[in-house]
Design a protein around this ligand. Structure first.
Ligand code: MLT
Length: 206
């Protein structure tokens, strides 16, 4: 049974606005990404979710069996749950379901990636910071895989190997996603360069 997710929604006041879907990293919550989203200006609605899986008290969007080893069955279930929740919320809160741009960090970027392949029509765009490939086998459910994706990785990230990121980017491109990938000389944490590059990408593409 699907559970409702905790969330914060802030309307921009413009009925045509895009909605930034904020998805935090492991141990975060729906408040975490709000300051980051302020870097993208005030023209977006903000929808920020809290992952409803707990790992020793740390919220996540899906279960993992170990560091970087995902419970793909739970990931598929949570992706379905989140997609249904967002669709319901768009009617309740009044945002355009065709104008949702995911903005996910780490674990949040990973469920955004799962959403891109499982629900290729749901997201208009996606910003993936420090992502890992969500499913070992990446296959599109449906035809449309042309969503624009911004992706940034850290060349010294101890949790995400650059070769794995490169393979993930290739797989996304092979599914016809339009990926703008950046490697930043840093670790797993976000830098001002991530913010700057993604804000530029957002303003140029949406
Ligand atoms: C994950 O579990 O999604 C990744 O290992 C990243 C994270 O630690 O959140």
């Amino acid at each position: 049974n699907f559970q409702p997710l905790k969330y914060i929604y802030k309307a921009s006041g413009n009925p045509d606005a895009y909605t930034l879907l904020l998805l935090h990293g492991t141990g975060g919550d729906e408040n975490d990404m709000l300051p980051l989203a302020e870097n993208f200006g005030k023209s977006y609605n903000i929808l920020s979710l809290r992952g409803n899986v707990s790992e020793n008290g740390m919220p996540r969007f899906f279960k993992r069996l170990g560091m970087g080893i995902f419970d793909e069955e739970d990931l598929a279930f949570r992706t379905d749950e989140m997609a249904a929740f967002i669709k319901g919320l768009s009617a309740k809160e009044g945002f355009d379901p065709d104008k949702i741009i995911a903005l996910g960090y780490s674990n949040g970027a990973n469920i955004a990636g799962a959403t891109l392949v499982k629900y290729p029509d749901l997201l208009a765009g996606a910003i993936l910071y420090r992502p890992m490939q969500p499913f070992k086998k990446m296959a599109l459910s449906g035809a449309k895989g042309n969503t624009k994706i911004f992706l940034s990785s850290g060349s010294f990230d101890p949790t995400v190997h650059p070769a794995d990121t490169a393979a993930y980017v290739e797989n996304l491109k092979n599914l016809s996603f339009r990926v703008d990938a950046h490697q930043i000389a840093t670790g797993h944490g976000l830098t001002s360069e991530d913010i700057h590059l993604s804000a530029l990408w957002l303003s140029e593409n949406f």
